[in-house]
Write a protein that binds this ligand. Sequence first.
Ligand code: AMP
Ligand code: ZN
Length: 453
Amino acid sequence: MTQIQLYSTLTRTKTPFTPIDEKLVRMYVCGPTVYDFAHIGNARPVLVFDTLFRLLRHVYGEKHVVYARNITDVDDKINARAAEMDISIRELTEQTALQFTADVSALNALPPSFEPRATEHIVHMIAMIEALITKGFAYVAEGHVLFQVSTCKNYGALSNRALDEMLAGARVEVAPYKRDAMDFVLWKPSDTQTPGWDSPWGFGRPGWHIECSAMAKAYLGEVFDIHAGGLDLIFPHHENEIAQSCCANGTHEFARYWLHNGFLQVEGEKMSKSLGNFFTIRQLLDAHPAEAIRLCMLMTHYRQPLNWTEKSLQEAINTLDDWYGAIGDVHAGEMPHDALNALADDLNTPKAIAELHVLKTLANKGDNTAKAALKAAANMMGLLQLTQTQWRAARNAHIQLDAAQVEALIAARTQARASKNWAESDRIRADLNALNIEVRDNTDGTVSWQVKA
Ligand code: AMP
Ligand code: ZN
């Protein structure tokens, strides 16, 4: 059996992955809060951990891997957005969850084994909070239930922070009902405008962290193998999940391996609406073939920061052109060892992609085993799932879509040249180059263009 190695944030080392039960490997990934279209950064954990899911299924067998990814459908961001859009909270969460599913399945993410919604697990959350109160880890104050961080022995182990330092550094404007600044909300009161459920502490709603603790337990048990999400979730979300789960369940551990993906930036900058470099998955899918988006995401190792650029997307398209061209319509063969070992080494997708390039060279020389191996390895990363004809169609559909944009750039370039603004015309040519468009200045003064072969 292939030995997978995983880097865990908890131990800060890469160690051999040994599941608690080989016949039931269990993984939980924090899913989206459904209030708006998911952005391209949100797609990163989905695609990275989907690739891990595929690898685990390959190594342990499809029936022996359970993957839960939740949908957070109760959250104050949702309430605010629904009010802003003047639609009901339910309408907003339903439509956003559907959009999310459509977007990530377009990117070839397999459906998780379970996709629990927070609102369907309120009873589990209430039960867990009751256990925390009974055992002395939580207290009730002014309709709120708070987790008392100072009662939890290992608090700070995941994020590598010392509790006393955190307390000293905590902001001063702390809610008056908190015993300690670091105490966090398990339950809070709702008014008639906000979603709420009856509880022993009155009408209210859960805090975000307890949602994941309760859902993970409901589907995976008290202690399971892998818990994952983006880097920003280490603190406080995952730290709090561990505290709640261990204290409520009376266990000394919650998940064995904690995996975190690095952040995605766009063209070297933090993605933000105000900078105008914010893309939803849907916008990217409208403009580019889905497999190119997926490949582009996997070209960087998941723990590294990822710089999303038009250039890297173009590189992904070219790579797929090469691979599809090399394999024709071959059936997938055996999974090649080198690519498998790369993926097993803490999901080293850039290394696996390099191995695929090696296979491509062999395939281009007519090596049929290499063709079948290339297809198998790409499939394991959720790539090369189309026929060659389908790929060409997908690719050309998007090129057609961009024709108007290309024409506009060429017109702007012609104008820049007419006014002898060479810097501007060079800049536009670089843009066109990035779009893989070749421009030809004809002797009769007209300009023609084509997609580079
Ligand atoms: P959210 O809906 O904001 O809670 O995020 C859902 C998931 O997307 C979490 O695992 C986040 O860590 C992850 N995420 C959000 N923004 C980015 C980003 N720019 N790059 C990578 N992951 C991100
Ligand atoms: Zn979570």
